[in-house]
Every structure is written in structure tokens, then in C-alpha cells.
Design a protein around this ligand. Structure first.
Ligand SMILES: *Cc1c(COP(=O)(O)O)cnc(C)c1O
Length: 349
């Protein structure tokens, strides 16, 4: 499969902007009109007066060691949301091409396509919230450039079948994006190893969930080198700033804390899942491979508002496609979870 056939012609032809810090990060730097005197606010030894490394070398090397994926197969974005946006920009011609989403799922895929005037086809997940392979294959046309998948899926919480994902990457002539924002909470390695091998597979991950760094906006993509090079070609020159890289390096050196968080969240998830099943107003509890649980009630709006009035904010997902009645709760601290369960039991419909 030749990925370049899927790329927008203007992107293939594009001569990317070359930034000053592309070639030199050290020396007597009089090339970028920065302030050589210093910065008004200093932070550690970060030299914030200088532009950051456009090639993201330090964080790519550090992540490469941690997840055993070559640096050449890694790209960092301002949240995984930026990576989704860049992929749409690289592959989808506005007012011409199409993308596929499998609802109920994360809303950003459609929003991003809508902003770029790309038609979005919904191929609903099946009754187990897994990929409907026949429907997906039938919905792909020669205009379909990206199929968006989310595993574990938000808001249903489950992993998608790997066999189905591979059948899709094998049979369609489009990019398959697998968003693994919640993979740390699943008992599964995800698809990063495969993403290096399969030319049309891109896996995205984020520091916003298990790593607890939503505030610094950082995510990454794992893919073959052709796609990684395209991402570098179209990103804004200095997308990852020095403060963010600095925090990512510290985080990657503290993986044990990440693991502690994950273990605690998984153990609380089990407890909440069991407790929810024993609350009579809860009609259904979806098993979760993520850091949230979706559960069904008779009156989702009323339950949501009742909890809100008690200061407990969950997410009403009952308006989502094929998801009526469902509310989604993130796993919090033990105390937060206790309070949520206590108040939920107090709801009188
Ligand atoms: C939270 C979430 C993300 C994270 O996006 P960032 O831009 O990295 O914060 C990505 N995908 C899904 C499905 C999510 O729920």
C-alpha cells in the first residue's frame, strides 16, 4: 500500500517552513530574533528566551526507550487532539473526501472533520460496542481517507477487537487511526508495535489521562516513518514548548508513579462497578477497560441534575447516538467515589 497516494496533493508538494532552530540549538545564536539578554520570567535552566527544538529530540528519545519503539516512529502533538487535526489536514481534501467514525464515540473526530469540511459517515458500533466490520467495509469508498477508531472507546469503555482492526487495515485503502487515550487502564498492550509495521495504521496516545498531565497538553502518535514525516512536515514549527517537554521528560522518568495511579484507579473501578450493579435505579453497568464507567438509568437528565445539585459533576452522554439513558462517571479518589455513590443512592426518581 502506497500511503502517498492517499495524501493531499498540496501537502505532497508542500515545501515546509524551515525554522531557525532546525539546524542549531547551541552557539552564538543570532538567527531567530530572540532576546539574547534573557527572559522576563526564568524557569530552571530552560532558556525560555530560545525557541524549542522543532524535532522534539529529547522527548522522542526518552519515550522511545520507555516504550521500545524507535524514535523515527514517534511524533508529539499538543494533546492527541492536535494529532487528529493534523491527520485530517494531511489526508482529507475539503469538500471532497470522507471520513468514518463509529458511534457512540469521542466527539472530536467529527468536529475536526466538520471544521475542515470533510463529510463524516457514521458506521455504528455493534450491540457489543465493537466494530461492525461488514458495515464498515461497505461504507468505505474511494473518497474515504480516514477511519477513526477509539480503543478503549469513549464513552462505552471497552477495547475494540484487534482482529477486526487488522481486517480493516488489510482491506481498506485508507488510514486507520486508533485512539488509545485509555490504553493504560486496559489489560492490553495496544497496537503500537503493529503501528510500525502496518503502513496505514496510526496509534495516538496522550499524557492527559493515566499520566495526570491534562494541563500541559501533550500526546503522541506511533506510526510508520512515512506518516511520521508527514506529521512533522505540516505541524507548526515549534508545537511542543520547552515547559511541556521538560515536564514530559520528568514524567517519563517517573513511570512508577504512573503505575501506582493506574493500579489504584483500576481497583476503584472494580469497586464502583460492583456497587453500581447493586443500586436499583441503575439498569445497566458497562464493563470498563478505561478510567470511567458508563451506566444506564431511567431518567439520565434528572439523575445528572440531582448529582450536580450536590456538587458532583458527571457527564450526561444520553444524547449520544445509540447511547440513550447512559451517564459516564470518571473514577476519582476513593473519597470522591464514595460521595458519588452515596448521593446516587439518595436519588429519588
Ligand atoms: C481524553 C481523550 C483524549 C485526550 O486528548 P488530549 O488532546 O490528548 O488531551 C483523546 N481521545 C479520547 C477518546 C479521549 O477521551
Amino acid at each position: 500500500m502506497n500511503i502517498e497516494n492517499l495524501v493531499r496533493k498540496n501537502i505532497l508538494k508542500l515545501k515546509p517552513y524551515t525554522s531557525a532552530r532546525e539546524s542549531h540549538l547551541n552557539g552564538i545564536l543570532l538567527d531567530a530574533n530572540e532576546n539574547s539578554l534573557g527572559s522576563v520570567v526564568e524557569f530552571d535552566e530552560l532558556k525560555l528566551n530560545r525557541y524549542p527544538d522543532p524535532n522534539q529530540n529529547a522527548i522522542r528519545e526518552s519515550l522511545s526507550k520507555l516504550i521500545s519503539i524507535p524514535k523515527e516512529n514517534l511524533f508529539f502533538g499538543v494533546g492527541s487532539d492536535e494529532i487528529i487535526e493534523l491527520l485530517v489536514k494531511i489526508f482529507c481534501n475539503p469538500r471532497e473526501d470522507e471520513a468514518i467514525v463509529c458511534e457512540p464515540t469521542y466527539g472530536m473526530y467529527k468536529v475536526c472533520c466538520d471544521i475542515n469540511d470533510i463529510e463524516v459517515k457514521n458506521v455504528p458500533l455493534d450491540s457489543n460496542f465493537d466494530i461492525d466490520l461488514i458495515s464498515a467495509k461497505n461504507s468505505v469508498t474511494e473518497k474515504t481517507k480516514i477511519v477513526f477508531l477509539c480503543s478503549p472507546n469513549n464513552p462505552t469503555g471497552n477495547l475494540l477487537s484487534k482482529e477486526k482492526i487488522f481486517e480493516l487495515t488489510n482491506s481498506v485503502n485508507s488510514i486507520v487511526v486508533v485512539d488509545e487515550a485509555y490504553i493504560d487502564f486496559a489489560n492490553d498492550d495496544g497496537l503500537i508495535k503493529e503501528a510500525i509495521q502496518i503502513p496505514n495504521l496510526v496509534v495516538t496516545r496522550t499524557f492527559s489521562k493515566a499520566w495526570g498531565l491534562a494541563g500541559i497538553r501533550c500526546g503522541y502518535a506511533v506510526a510508520n516513518e512515512v506518516i511520521i514525516k508527514l506529521l512533522f512536515k505540516v505541524k507548526s514549527p515549534y508545537n511542543i514548548n520547552k515547559l511541556t517537554s521538560n515536564f514530559i521528560l520528568k514524567a517519563l522518568n517517573n513511570k512508577s508513579k504512573h503505575d501506582l495511579f493506574v493500579n489504584e484507579i483500576i481497583s476503584e473501578r472494580k469497586r464502583i462497578e460492583n456497587e453500581l450493579k447493586n443500586i436499583s435505579l441503575v439498569i445497566n453497568v458497562l464493563p470498563s477497560d478505561s478510567n470511567f464507567i458508563s451506566f444506564k438509568v431511567e431518567k439520565p437528565k434528572e439523575v445528572f441534575s440531582f448529582l450536580e445539585s450536590k456538587g458532583i459533576i458527571i457527564r450526561d452522554r444520553s444524547n449520544q447516538f445509540n447511547f440513550s439513558g447512559y451517564l459516564r462517571v470518571s473514577i476519582g479518589t476513593k473519597e470522591e467515589n464514595d460521595e458519588f455513590l452515596k448521593q446516587l443512592k439518595n436519588f429519588k426518581g
